[in-house]
Structure formats: C-alpha cells, structure tokens
Design a protein around this ligand. Sequence first.
Ligand code: SF4
Ligand code: SF4
Length: 448
Amino acid sequence: MKTFPKGGIHPPENKLSAGSAIEVLPLPQSVVVPLSQHIGAPAVAEVAKGDKVLAGQLIAKAGGFVSSAVHSPVSGTVTAIEAVPNASGIKVMSVTIAVEGDEWAPEIDRSAKLETECTLDAKEIVAKIAAAGIVGMGGATFPTQVKLSPPPGKKAEVLIINGVECEPYLTSDHRVMLERGAEVLVGVGLLARALEVEKTYIGIENNKPDAIAHLRQLAGTLVRRLPHIEIVPLKVQYPQGGEKQLIKAVTGREVPSCALPIDVGCVVQNVGTALAVYEAVQKNKPLIERVVTVTGKDIAKPSNFLARIGTPASALIEAAGGIQSAEPVKVIGGGPMMGRAMSNPDAPVTKGTSGILVVSAREAARYTETGCIKCGKCVTVCPMGLEPYLLGRLSQKQMWAEAETGVVVDCIECGSCSYTCPARIPLLDWIRLGKTEVNKIIRARLNC
Ligand code: SF4
Ligand code: SF4
C-alpha cells in the first residue's frame, strides 16, 4: 500500500469521536468573527457598529491578493469592531455580532438537493470561491483562490484531495467524507475544472475503510457527471497529511527543498475545502460554518459539530458534555501533534479550526529533559530528511546562518522528532524558534 518513504511515526490514533455523527451546534448568543483567520493580509471591515446583518452577508472584503473575504455567520446586530484575544491570546481585530434569529442572505440555497450540474468556466469558479471567502480547511488557511491561480509559467497537472486526517484524535474530515461525500465529490470536480487538470486523486489512510468504500461507491454512481476521481488508500503513517508527504505518497513526485507543490505540477486541497467549494459554487453559500471535532479522554461525549464561525470554543466543549476531570486540563486547537495550546478557551471557532482537544495535565506534562544520547532517532523519523538534533542545538545557540544552511525552513513542524526523542528534548520548540528567526532574516534580505 502506498505511503511516503522518508521518516514518519505511528502515534496512538485515539479516534474517540469517529463514530459520532455530525451534530448541528445550537447558535450561541453572540459570535466573534476575526478579520484575520487566514494566511495573508487581514480582511477589511465593511460594516459598522449598530449595523444589522444576515447570515452569509459580506462583513469584510479581502485585504489584498493573498487574503480572504469574511461573512457574517449569523443574523443579528454588530455590537463591536475591536481587537479581541484569539486562541493564542493575541488580540486581533474582530467583528462581534449579537445573534437575533437565524435569517440567511436570500441568494443562499439552503435546500439539501444535490446540485451536480455547473456551466461555469474555470475563471468563474475561482471568482465564486474567492467571493465566498474559502481557505484551506485542514488548518493551513491559505486562501483557496490563490492556490487555484498558479503563477505565470506554472501549470497544475494533478489535483490531490487530502482525506488523510493523520492527526490523532481528529475525525471531522472522516465524518465529512461519510456524511457529505456526494457534495465533496462534486466540489472535487469543480476544483478539477478550476485548475483544468486531467488527473484527480483523493488520498485516504486505510484506518478509514468505510470512507474509502463510500467515496468509491459514490464516485461510481456520479461518474458520468464528474471527471475521473481515483480514491487512493494509504498506509497509516504520520505526517501523511503534510502536502509534500501526500504528493510523494500518491504520485511519487518529490517536491524539492524550498519549492512548492505547483513546482511539480500538483495542487493539494482538503476534503473540507472541497465541501466548502461545492457550497460556494452550487449553493451560493460563503464559508460561515464548519465541522469541528471536540474530543479528549476527559470529554464526556467526544463529538463532531457543525458550528458557526465565531462560536466560542467553550460552547462546543459544553455541548460535548463538558470536561469530566476535576484536575487541570490543557485545551488544544487542532490535534495533539500540530495543534496549538489555547490560552483562551472562549476564543472563537475560525475557518481553520478542525478540532478542539482536551488533554489532562498528566497527558500534557513535560518530562525532564536529559542530554542527547546521539541515538539518531529524530533523524530517522523526520519526513523532511532534516537533522533535528542539530537544528535544535543551532537554534539554542542562536546560530541562524548555520540553521539556514541546515534548511530549518523546510521543517513542517510535525513534531515527530520531539515525539520520538528518548532524551525528551523539546526539539520542535527550538526548531520553530530557529525557523521563525531564519524566515525573518530571509524576508529582510529579499526586502519583503
Ligand atoms: S518537526 Fe521538523 S525537524 Fe522535527 S521531524 Fe518534523 S519536519 Fe523534521
Ligand atoms: S532523538 Fe534525541 S537523543 Fe536521539 S539524537 Fe535526536 S536529539 Fe539526540
């Protein structure tokens, strides 16, 4: 079975919520919608305090080429436009809306009817995706319309849909494939048309055999209306959801150091993004809600919720039965490997929130670090072929030029090195620091 050949680990899967069907989360009393919930320039507010808005109405336009529009996830009144702490505690400009009823913009088709026909050409599809504020929903949050617009001289040949969900605990993509599979497939077809590619694959790890079988069966029934889509089962291995690892696993193509997938003719999109593309193009629905996994061994009822953007994370935890443990816990936005600790549990769900994970203080405890025993395990597991022990040491010593030579910027922050290190050295923390500093130096050198 296919997989990527270099490095990788197999942490316990802990997919506690895999059997929990998607539930629609009740509307909160108010939502906080950040204007910067994507990579690139923040969106620019188009509403003022006191304005009445409908669900799906534009409230902020894209602030540049690499940016994304933002829409109201609810109907109600704008009560504030101010800087509000995000999940990391950093204040970001946000629109707060008091919820009043649930009235949607009239152009949005809320029926459940599957719309398979589309007469739009590539440019028109990309324009609709941009207008709907769609970003990469696997967590990267790169504006989708930019990824669908290769720079001059570059041409996409292959579209790969990421249904891997290799992060332990997370199940939102799995449930989307099972419950919204037909819409996902139509969305994949629209993405293929937007890129004008002939070859389209959906990569799914084989710990989700029900999703593989379901999408294959659906692709068979929709075959006359869709381009050929090949469902590719992949051997379970973390971090297969990384773009470069997925491209290698599915196509055998190698994205060189410091290069992008488009440099080898590939574009990768997440299954959640494909669903959002279907809704934007076929139903005129902007990205105002998403499926979020709420999980952890101390969560009463691990769940998958369809939540409006801007809903406080604490409301999702409460809806999942709350935290059972009386001991302190750590709340993580995302999975245990690549997620980030949330310093503010009332922070809103954003377009990139795939999961909210609650771990006990015991599970999250940092072990006492001992000296490197030069076992080489961190090198063996690194999927990017880096030398984590060395990059960690260079960052500790602030040797940025040497860290750049060691291609610290190639690190995908998967955490495999830290996970595997018997000396409990927090390699990723050091490498992340080095990557940030080296990126700053490179940007200053390029004057950008
Ligand atoms: S976090 Fe970076 S250095 Fe460590 S294994 Fe992953 S890619 Fe390699
Ligand atoms: S895994 Fe840890 S102990 Fe082994 S070489 Fe890497 S840093 Fe050193």
